[in-house]
Design a protein around this ligand. Sequence first.
Ligand code: UD1
Length: 399
Amino acid sequence: MGGAKNSVLKLMAAALLAEGTSVLTNCPEILDVPLMADVLRGLGAEVEIDGETARITTPAELNHRADFDAVRQFRASVCVLGPLVARCRRAVVALPGGDAIGSRPLDMHQTGLRALGAHSAIEHGCVVAEADSLRGAEITLDFPSVGATENILMAAVLADGLTVISNVAREPEIVDLAAMLTEMGADISGAGTDTLMVRGVERLHPTTHRVIGDRIVAATWGYAAVMTRGDISVTGVDPATLGVVLGKLQDAGATVTARENGFRIVSRERPHAVNVATLPFPGFPTDLQPMAIGMACVAEGLSMITENVFEARFRFVEEMVRLGADARTDGHHAVVRGVEQLSSAPVWSSDIRAGVGLVLAGLCADGTTEVHDVYHIDRGYPNFVDNVNALGGEVERVS
Ligand code: UD1
């Protein structure tokens, strides 16, 4: 299992917090990594990517502006906001365009930075934050937002005094970020709980850090095994980070064996329907909701899938219907009655996870399914086509 997309991009941004060369190992070979490298270069850093290793050299003076051209292709680029405010006391980061999974406002990012003493506004299509100095504060998030937690944490590590952030995201990728920041000299406690305590330090130093394995990609292969009645072993990911997900696959009838650094999933029969509700970690991840829908489409019985994190994440369900799924959505619920056989059709992917969910459904359909706009998949899944073929699927990339 390669490194986690949702970790590596933030770790690359964290490297901006210390002058000198930080090294990240186990970087996934996905499109978002070179895109993030370009964002960092635009800010004045030097970035060298060699296979699974990224070397980021941060200068004493950073450019505080991330322009639209650099950030427009992916939303995660907004995670340079916290480091820029911390290092330069000024940040201007262009707002990336709308996302196909729903609106993604930055109000909590801004509220947190304001509490630390920054002025923040949206101006001319950019989020702007400025502070004469940053000082520790008590901050309670309205919702455990992953991105807001990360930006506030990365600003607080160089603020003056103690910051206590409550109702934070507890995702393993936050724990990974806190681990790297601690290796850089930050004083952080509570990572993985709902409260982070950060005592600001004057400066951080570069480090070498290994990115954690991608639990979303790992679990995707688990879904692939259950949907196609296969036998799969995944290594390089902590199964404890997938507790709820592996439990759902077990409820669907698969034999799930957790191992020290991975898991095995064996499925011989048609999966049973299971209900799923997405929630912040340790709940069921919204990023696996399309796989849960995919499994529901071929399972025996009626599944109810509830999306609680991104309001528009059901748009791809109509593509599943094109493949013969018996599915309907109402607000943030999807009700799916599994069918014995999906039927191939041309379908369009709207984001990384929906694209993969459609490919998995295509593996269960008779005939040849054409999935369009698959560039989304390249953003988050390394060697996707080769991996599916190595596992016995038949996928061909057509340019
Ligand atoms: C990250 C992940 C994404 C995952 C998501 C939830 C990365 C690159 N992306 O996205 O794959 O699906 O976490 O696990 O790590 N919100 C606000 N105001 C804010 C911030 C967020 O209303 O200031 C809302 C969002 O619109 C959304 C919810 O909070 O409805 C969760 O968003 P958030 O946890 O921030 O997700 P991201 O960090 O964008």
